[in-house]
Design a protein around this ligand. Structure first.
Ligand code: BTN
Length: 322
């Protein structure tokens, strides 16, 4: 853990002011260095009060996502332990891909950017990635799986995200097959999974996750985002993006490990409980056709089962509306 992360962690846990001397001793640097670190944290947007003759009190974390802030929350073994934080990029998927090509993308790598100029969604749709308002992330995972075992990963990720978001916000999140998270029917997050594999081996999976966190209603005035909402609009307390990111890292790590060991079956019933469409009449558009029917559930491969009245169809990809 970096020295700044140590200082943030100590101050975050403290119930009373922590003196410069105590910090210096615990972190293992001089008091002058502690003072410099504190000034630099304040410049980054942390609110730290110096209480005379007592020490420092952390009043508010910075809203910026930084390595040391994330480290102070992380409870994972590998996820987000390798981290690329960027102020701006075209797309975190592109950055992650370049890191893979350069051999700099171990399992669990996280690329996070405050702004994306060319954020992309499924089916090459644009993805609005406003500066400082969301979590625009790509995770590189290298699971011990065969290529045909990759498709349910999107559903496993959706479930992990829903759990993490609910823990931090207490807002109920539904899953819309295959890759959307909804609050009261409005989209708050999407997942873009890209597989890099040879016929018999997964090289890497790029899991792109976009979450609308801090947007206000005005941010959704554009037709591109009219069916969208943010977590903050639904949550009655301030949301810290870094804390949320650390919870997501933990849930993703646990879920992907579990999927590697046990497959998709243990996820199926919880996934169906959270689905906004099971038992409902749906219209599904795939690359080949549009079908209508009742959504029955999912199978062990993550396919959506739709009863068309003339038989049950298993859909592996597509857009589904109620
Ligand atoms: C979708 O719902 O269509 C998927 C949206 C995925 C958006 C994320 S934001 C971070 C990552 N970088 C991108 O360009 N896209 C994904």
């Amino acid at each position: 853990m970096s020295n700044k992360a140590k200082i943030v962690t100590i101050l975050k846990q403290a119930t009373e002011p922590v003196s410069g001397e105590q910090l210096a001793e615990t972190v293992g640097v001089s008091r002058t260095m502690i003072w410099k670190y504190i000034q630099s944290l304040i410049e980054e947007g942390y609110r730290i009060e110096a209480v005379k003759k007592k020490g420092y009190v952390l009043q508010e974390m910075s809203s910026k996502i930084s390595q040391h802030a994330l480290e102070s929350y992380l409870k994972t073994n590998t996820f987000a332990r390798n981290l690329h934080t960027l102020d701006s990029c075209s797309s975190t998927q592109k950055v992650a891909n370049e890191l893979i090509l350069n051999g700099q993308a171990p399992h669990g790598l996280l690329v996070v950017s405050d702004l994306q100029t060319e954020g992309k969604g499924r089916l090459n749709r644009p993805w609005a990635s406003t500066e400082g308002k969301g979590l625009w992330t790509t995770w590189v995972v290298r699971p011990d799986l065969l290529p045909h075992e990759a498709p349910p990963i999107t559903l496993v990720v959706a479930l992990a995200l829903a759990v993490a978001i609910e823990r931090v916000t207490s807002v109920k999140v539904d899953i819309k097959w295959p890759n959307d998270l909804l609050i009261d029917g409005y989209k708050t997050a999407g997942i873009l999974t890209e597989l890099q594999a040879t016929p018999d081996k997964i090289e890497a999976i790029l899991i792109g996750i976009g979450i609308n966190v801090l947007q206000t209603a005005e941010d959704f005035a554009d037709p591109l985002t009219a069916r969208a909402t943010s977590l903050q609009l639904a949550c009655d307390h301030p949301i810290n993006r870094t804390e949320l990111l650390a919870e997501i890292a933990l849930e993703l790590e646990k879920a992907i490990e579990k999927y590697e060991l046990q497959g998709f079956r243990p996820f199926m019933s919880e996934w169906e409980k959270r689905s906004s469409m099971i038992g409902e009449k749906v219209t599904a558009t795939t690359v080949r056709e549009t079908i209508q029917g009742i959504a029955l559930g999912i199978n062990e491969h993550g396919a959506l089962l739709v009863d068309t009245g003339e038989g049950v169809r298993a859909l592996f990809s597509g857009d589904v509306t109620l």
